[in-house]
Design a protein around this ligand. Sequence first.
Ligand SMILES: *[C@@H]1O[C@H](CO)[C@@H](O)[C@H](O)[C@H]1NC(C)=O
Ligand SMILES: *[C@@H]1O[C@H](CO)[C@@H](O)[C@H](O)[C@H]1NC(C)=O
Ligand SMILES: *[C@@H]1O[C@H](CO)[C@@H](O)[C@H](O)[C@H]1NC(C)=O
Ligand SMILES: *[C@@H]1O[C@H](CO)[C@@H](O)[C@H](O)[C@H]1NC(C)=O
Length: 272
Amino acid sequence: MLKNTVLLCMVLVESHGVQHYGTEYWNGKWFPHSPNGVDQNPSISSGRNHSHDQSHGVIMGKEDINCDDAKSNLAIDWFMNKENFTCFHNEKLYMPQSIIHPIHTIQHIPSSYRATHKCMNESIEYSEIIPTYGTHRPLWAVYGEYIFLPKQRWIHNLEHGAVVLLYHPCANKNQVQLLKKIVKSCLYKHVITPYNELTPVRPFALVTWGHRLEMSKVSTEVVIGFIKKYALKGPENTTKDGQYSLMLQHRSKVVSDLDDMNLCPGYSTIKM
Ligand SMILES: *[C@@H]1O[C@H](CO)[C@@H](O)[C@H](O)[C@H]1NC(C)=O
Ligand SMILES: *[C@@H]1O[C@H](CO)[C@@H](O)[C@H](O)[C@H]1NC(C)=O
Ligand SMILES: *[C@@H]1O[C@H](CO)[C@@H](O)[C@H](O)[C@H]1NC(C)=O
Ligand SMILES: *[C@@H]1O[C@H](CO)[C@@H](O)[C@H](O)[C@H]1NC(C)=O
């Protein structure tokens, strides 16, 4: 009898279509479709004209004094406060720990999803601490390393296929240097900024469109594996540089070529 019950349970679970995905099991609804499924959502055309972009509302990448010129009203996204790039906590709390595993979060973004562009007269809020997609500013960030760059800008770079490196201002300096060095030598299309909303447990994050990797300790293998798999996959994959450069410290340098055809070329001997 017991054997039958167990069998029945297994059949029921089976018929609900449990999806095996990485190490996670999920038997609820997928949004918009399971990772191996076909996206049935209607596709929206990306036709655009001079003043208007059908897919985003406001056209992107064009300075417009009445909307976004990457110079006016920037305080709506960031008060230019030093606290956003300064460590005020006990740095010991942020020490890297090998036993704390990295967390890779995948957000299944429908292929028909088009992020909205909002002008600088409207604020943009995010429900997540480390968003991987969402409404953003029409002008994106010039590629490179920043003293501070607000998320309303770097989310736009994600859409173009960039890798964004976030580190807590209190994170271990050697680890920060190591992570910056890896990212800078992997691809041109990167953005680096401190981010004080990361936790002491995992003060590092790599973000691409729909993916984020939060880490306590920098593992070269894990970082390169993530970049090789998820860089250059944004829905509007383009190498065109951004327009916003407030607090830009160093521009990105070309690694293989402007298209990043060869990701992380210096690390080819590392086994994944
Ligand atoms: C261009 O966008 C404007 C603003 O939405 C719209 O009124 C106009 O019809 C569009 N023109 C074309 C040729 O699609
Ligand atoms: C903000 O500015 C844009 C462009 O000038 C305009 O279309 C939009 O309606 C404005 N939004 C608000 C809330 O005023
Ligand atoms: C700046 O830091 C403050 C205090 O931690 C935080 O509330 C705010 O959201 C940060 N601003 C940005 C743009 O990250
Ligand atoms: C994105 O564009 C780059 C060239 O700029 C190309 O090498 C890469 O394969 C593209 N990725 C996708 C997913 O189309």
